[in-house]
Design a protein around this ligand. Structure first.
Ligand code: GDP
Length: 373
């Protein structure tokens, strides 16, 4: 179950965003929705291919892919040293797979900014720093706990000692990198280093999508004076990370319209769509994930797996036993299926492929796993 945490300074619109995304997902899905916790919600990942398969198979049950979004409150300047219960909130971040970093790009004299003036670059810097400071503290804790032992080993030692020394040196290297002002995810690391990094649950290792909360007016006229500054900050500090402008206020209005047709009509009249689909898909993509499908009269279902996964790994999402006794896989390519107009037509044209269990599964594959079960 994948989790993305919503992170940002107070009063930037995190809760507004979270509430809107939660209620719009409830309205859009007739799939049993569960709120795990007031600050945690399961959001359906929009996918037109899934919608097409549902319209095609008219299944008894439909299960889209889901992403859990978590509202992480309470991050302020000094959080890494305990300000505002900061440490507790920072630990919440270590449990997520990715981050939506909400940054304030609207001015409103009625909504106080904790740091005074609206200044997104300063805000980005504050959060970026707190996450890195927390990482440095965690890495230093490891270094302090192991330093004496490593020194005692000297240059000799057993295979086990050598492994410990390697690990220690990697942690020091990562600490120096973060101390130099960079996020862990922006480093180029060897497989061995990645293994060590993964064990440390570092906050700045998590993929980030930046969400700039602009006023409804700016969103509708597609113009905002803060956006170039945010873009510049990202390009300078975390090049490659995605920036999506949205308006929490506008999304709240759209989310409140329950009827999907009315909702679409309203957005069309305003001339701009909701950004939620794009936000969720971008978050998903940052996690290096993709979808494959199973489809039949009983159920159409979207499954999540890592890009580049083998058939066996994909099957494990469904059931260990299927994966363990997997023999072969019937594969339909979504685009070909859609062009053919249906499963029967596709099969008639000879485009049902039989793949071995070690073949790679592709995004959009509609599969049937044949196992010994
Ligand atoms: P959080 O502390 O980051 O969770 O921020 P909230 O979502 O609670 O928002 C703080 C205040 O800002 C609330 O009064 C919101 O109504 C207001 N707010 C959120 N987004 C916008 C926006 O796009 N425009 C304006 N004018 N106010 C907003």
């Amino acid at each position: 179950n994948l989790k993305i945490g919503v992170v940002g300074l107070p009063n930037v619109g995190k809760s507004t965003f979270f509430n809107a995304i939660t209620s719009s997902s409830v309205a859009a899905e007739n799939y049993p929705f569960c709120t795990i916790d007031p600050s945690e919600s399961r959001v359906a990942v929009p996918d037109e291919r899934f919608d097409w398969l549902v319209s095609q198979y008219k299944p008894g049950s439909r299960v889209p892919a889901h992403l859990t979004v978590i509202d992480i409150a309470g991050l302020v300047k000094g959080a890494s040293t305990g300000a505002g219960l900061g440490n507790a909130f920072l630990s919440n971040i270590s449990a997520v797979d990715g981050i939506f970093h909400v940054v304030r790009a609207f001015t409103d004299p009625d909504v106080v900014h904790v740091e005074g003036e609206v200044d997104p670059a300063r805000d980005l810097e504050i959060i970026h720093n707190e996450l890195r400071l927390k990482d440095i503290a965690m890495l230093n804790k490891f270094i302090e706990a192991n330093q004496r032992n490593i020194e005692r080993m000297g240059s000799g030692g057993t295979v086990e000692d050598k492994k410990k020394k390697d690990e220690f040196n990697i942690v020091v290297k990562v600490r120096d990198w973060v101390e130099s002002g960079k996020d862990v995810r922006k480093g180029t690391w060897s497989n061995k280093e990645v293994e060590v990094i993964n064990q440390q649950f570092l906050l700045s290792a998590k993929p980030v999508t930046y969400l700039a909360n602009v006023s409804e007016r700016d969103y509708l006229r597609k113009k905002n004076k803060f956006l170039p500054l945010i873009k510049k900050w990202i390009d300078e500090n975390n090049p490659g990370d995605k920036l999506i402008p949205f308006s929490a206020a506008y999304e709240t209005t759209i989310a409140a319209i329950e009827d999907p047709a009315e909702k679409a009509k309203y957005a069309e009249e305003q001339g701009v769509p909701s950004m939620f689909g794009k936000i969720i898909l971008t978050g998903y993509d940052q996690l290096n994930l993709m979808h494959f499908f199973t489809a039949g009269e009983k159920e159409v279902r979207a499954w999540t797996c890592r890009k580049g996964a083998k058939m066996t790994e994909a099957a494990r999402n469904i059931h260990n036993e299927i994966a363990d006794s997997l023999i072969q896989v019937d594969v339909m390519k979504f685009d070909e299926l859609k062009v053919a107009g249906g499963e029967q037509e596709l099969k008639a044209s000879g485009k049902l492929y039989i793949r071995g269990k070690d073949a790679t599964i592709d995004d959009g594959d509609v599969v049937y796993f044949r196992s010994g079960q």
